[in-house]
Design a protein around this ligand. Structure first.
Ligand SMILES: [Zn+2]
Ligand SMILES: [Zn+2]
Length: 137
């Protein structure tokens, strides 16, 4: 078995939580920059390719901008500090969960369940923080 080094694997599509954060806070500014087209795009400008199931593509060159959008979520200055921090924690827990599930499989159900519980707790905390800061319009 070859273990990859410190580089993160491609992280896949945005989670429901990441998309929610974008919709709450990031509709009015650009969220991804395409280096191919050297311009930035609003969330609403990004396109999806239904055939391949990819989302958040550059509308001009179809480059996958998911990772750009994701790093925007965790670096966006509009997000209240508490929300950003909780989102980051949640992401760390989620990554740990994926890793541990892969490593342990059914040998260590308990550990996985504990991590899942931590994930849910963090997720609740994120949504509480998010609701607390949502501008009431
Ligand atoms: Zn933003
Ligand atoms: Zn492009």
């Amino acid at each position: 078995m070859v273990q990859r080094g410190s580089k993160c694997p491609p992280s896949g599509p945005l989670t429901a939580d990441e998309r929610a954060l974008l919709f709450y806070y990031c509709l009015n500014h650009t969220v991804a920059r395409c280096i191919g087209c050297s311009r930035s795009y609003y969330l609403s400008e990004l396109v999806a390719d239904l055939l391949s199931g990819r989302t958040h593509l550059c509308p001009q060159c179809q480059r996958d901008l998911t990772d750009n959008v994701r790093s925007h979520v965790y670096g966006c200055g509009i997000l209240p500090a508490e929300v950003r921090q909780r989102a980051q924690t949640l992401r760390d827990v989620a990554q740990r969960l994926v890793k541990e599930s892969r490593q342990l499989r059914d040998e260590a159900d308990v550990l996985i369940r504990e991590t899942e519980a931590a994930f849910e707790a963090n997720r609740r905390a994120l949504w509480q923080a998010l609701k607390a800061t949502t501008p009431s319009t």
